[in-house]
Write a protein that binds this ligand. Sequence first.
Ligand code: NAD
Ligand code: UD1
Length: 338
Amino acid sequence: MKILVTGGSGYIGSHTVIELINAGHEAVVIDNLSNSSEKSLERVAKIVGKEIPFYKVDIRDREGLEKVFEKEKIEACIHFAGLKAVGESCVKPWEYYENNISGTLVLVDVMRKHGVKNIIFSSSATVYGDPDTVPVTEKSPKKPCTNPYGTTKSMLETILTDIQTADPEWNVVLLRYFNPIGAHESGLIGENPNGIPNNLMPYITQVAVGKREKLGIFGNDYDTVDGTGVRDYIHVVDLAIGHVKAVERFSLNKGTEIFNLGTGKGTSVLELVHAFEDATGVKIPYEIKDRRAGDIATNYADASLAAKELGWTAKYDIKRACQDSWRWQKNNPNGFEE
Ligand code: NAD
Ligand code: UD1
C-alpha cells in the first residue's frame, strides 16, 4: 500500500517508515519540521537503501496537502503529526488545539476529497487518565485529561469515530501508545527532544552522555513497588511494527477499532534506571524530587486485544530498549546536528 505518513520525520514516524518499507509498503512523508529534522529521513534512507519521498508541508495547509494527494496515489494515512509536550500545552492551549485539532480536520477533509478513507491515528494512554484498575483494557473508561495535549488526543478519537460512523467507507484505527522508548538498532535514528527532556528515557540518556548532571525522580512515595511511578515502556520498533499490523485492518472494513500498544508490564522509574545501568554499564546519578503535577502512580496496558486481533505483541524488553537508546545517544550526543 502507498501510505502517507504525517509527522514522518519525527521519533515514532521515522521508525514506522522503516517498518513499512521492510513490510513491502511505500511511504510518503509530510512534516512541517516543527519538532524534527529532515536529516532523520536521510538516515532512514541509509537504513532502508532508498529515498523516501518527503514534502515539507503543514497539515493545516490545505493547498499543500492537495498537491501531495494529486501527485502521489495515496491509499491510506498514518497520522503522527501533532504537538506533544504536556507542560507546553498547559501554557499554549490555543496552539495545541489549533495544530492538533484543526490540522487533523484539514487532513481528513483533503483525504475524503481524494477518496482516501483509511487512517491510523496516534493516540495515547493518557486518555485513560488516572485509571481505577490496571492493566487498562480498551474498554476501561476514558477519563478527563489533566492537560490540553491529552484532551486533543481524546477529542480526536471522538471526532474520527464520529466521521466513521457517518460514513462507513472510512476505516479508522486508534492506537493508544504507552511509553515509547528505545531506538533503531543501527543507532542512526532515535528520540531527539528540544531543550530539557520531559520524558524519562531521554533524560536518562542525556545524564549518561554528560549533558545533564543528574536525573530528578519525581516522587518516591507512590503506592508502588519502590514508591516511584510505574509505566509500560515499549520499544519504538515494536510500536512501529504495530502500525504495520494495523495497516492490514483496512481491508477488513471493521469500522473504528481501538488497540492498546504496550508490553503489558509495569516498570518503576528506579527499575528503569537500574536496567539502564545494567544494560550499558553507565551509572546514572539521581535525586528524589517532589511529585510532578498531573502524574499518576501506575499505568500499564492490557495488550491482549492487539495480540488477538492484530497478531502483534511487543518482542523487545527493557534491557534491549536501554541498549538501543544509549547507542543512539552516545553516537549522536547532539541529535541530528553533526
Ligand atoms: P515527534 O514530535 O517526534 O513527531 C511529531 C512530528 O509531527 C514532528 O516531526 C513534527 O515536526 C510534526 N508536526 C507537528 N505539527 C505538525 C503540523 N501541523 N504539520 C506537519 N507536521 C507537524 O513526536 P513522536 O514522539 O514521534 O509522536 C508522534 C505522535 O505520537 C504524536 O501525535 C504524539 O502525540 C503521539 N504520541 C507520542 C507518545 C510519545 O511518548 N512519544 C505517546 C503517545 C502518543
Ligand atoms: C507523559 C505524559 C503523557 C504522554 C506520555 C508519553 C505527563 C504528565 N504525561 O507520560 O501525557 O502520553 O508522556 O509521551 O507528562 N519521571 C521522572 N523524572 C523525569 C521524567 C519522568 O521521575 O525527569 C517519571 C515520571 O514521574 C513518571 C515516569 O518517569 O513516573 C515516566 O514519565 P514520562 O516519561 O514523562 O511519561 P508519563 O508521565 O507516563
